[in-house]
Design a protein around this ligand. Structure first.
Ligand SMILES: Cc1cc2nc3c(=O)[nH]c(=O)nc-3n(C[C@H](O)[C@H](O)[C@H](O)COP(=O)(O)O)c2cc1C
Length: 182
């Protein structure tokens, strides 16, 4: 199974890292792409780039448009963008293919494969809502990292696992990252 994890410049880089960790632990090492803005934000919040690199088949930067991932012939089965900035959301929703992340996502859409995005921003502009609508119409799963207080999180890690579990559910990948209702 070829899975792509893209980590963009929204808050919550640890969410992308957790997905890479869980996929690698399930022997589904992902191909990982990190945007320039994500690298900038890693100066301000938890994110271990070298750990992510070591748990990926390969780690790409957004400008590596010569990578195999830039072609739909590479045959990706599923892709997740987490966290997904409003800029990348707009780029994917409008088919811009302006870097390796939006190009890889466009390939996934071309082949009707599974794409999950975890948009992170608040409040949301009409632009962002319209872009989510466009993606939903193409069968993309929109899984914002929205807190559920009923899980009674004690740590940030509890929340990260809850969000990562919800994303993996949308990708159709089994996990026990959070306690299910009932
Ligand atoms: C500390 C920091 C936090 C940010 N958090 C967000 C965010 O949560 N959501 C968002 O859409 N943009 C956020 N931004 C702005 C994006 O990083 C910016 O729009 C960038 O161009 C996104 O590029 P990318 O989608 O290629 O990663 C943040 C920027 C900084 C410096």
């Amino acid at each position: 199974m070829k899975v792509v994890v893209a980590i963009t410049g929204a808050s919550g880089l640890i969410l992308g890292q957790r997905l890479v960790e869980v996929l690698a632990a399930q022997k589904k090492k992902p191909y990982t792409i990190v945007s320039d803005a994500a690298l900038k934000i890693s100066e301000y919040e938890p994110f271990d780039l070298e750990r992510v690199r070591s748990l990926s088949v390969e780690l790409f930067k957004e400008n590596q448009l010569e990578a195999a991932l830039a072609s739909s012939s590479f045959g990706v089965d599923a892709m997740v963008i987490a966290p997904c900035s409003m800029k990348t959301l707009a780029s994917v929703a409008n088919g811009l293919s302006d870097n390796l992340i939006s190009r890889a996502a466009e390939n996934v859409l071309k082949l009707d494969k599974k794409l999950v995005v975890a948009p992170r921003d608040t409040p949301l502009s009409l632009n962002a809502i319209e872009n989510m609508r466009k993606l939903k119409l193409q069968n993309v799963s929109i899984v914002p990292p929205n807190i559920a207080y009923y899980i009674k999180p004690k740590t940030v890690d509890d929340l990260t696992n809850f969000f990562a579990g919800k994303i993996l559910d949308a990708l159709g990948i089994e996990n026990n990252l959070y306690r299910r209702w009932g």
